[in-house]
Design a binder for this molecule. Sequence first.
Ligand code: FES
Length: 124
Amino acid sequence: MTTRYVVGSVKEFTAGSKKIIEAGGKSIGVYQVDDQYYAIRNLCPHQGAPLCAGITSSYITSKGPGHFEFEKEGEIVRCPWHQWEFDLKTGCMIVDPKMRTMTYDVTVEKYDVSVDEDQIYVHL
Ligand code: FES
């Protein structure tokens, strides 16, 4: 069974923004990417850095010198301590998917029928 925690109003988020909350004794980073919300534990599995303090970026691929493509725009979180990168959607480290941080379900729901403002919830 999971417990639902309020993250805030959808109005607090803009494209590519994030919010770090405390929920269930844990620090959680909630991100908006392409109108979807993702939540990961704000704890790097390497040496315990506050992972969500890192920047978000893209996954860059190359077929050879002078050629590169950006994929997963805004979906990659880079740890501020040693720059390990994690996929927001899966929590998996890019170069070693066995290494991962926790991810959590996020829902957007009406907080109150009398208030015309959707709320974001994270489920732990
Ligand atoms: S603590 Fe995150 S990469 Fe080292």
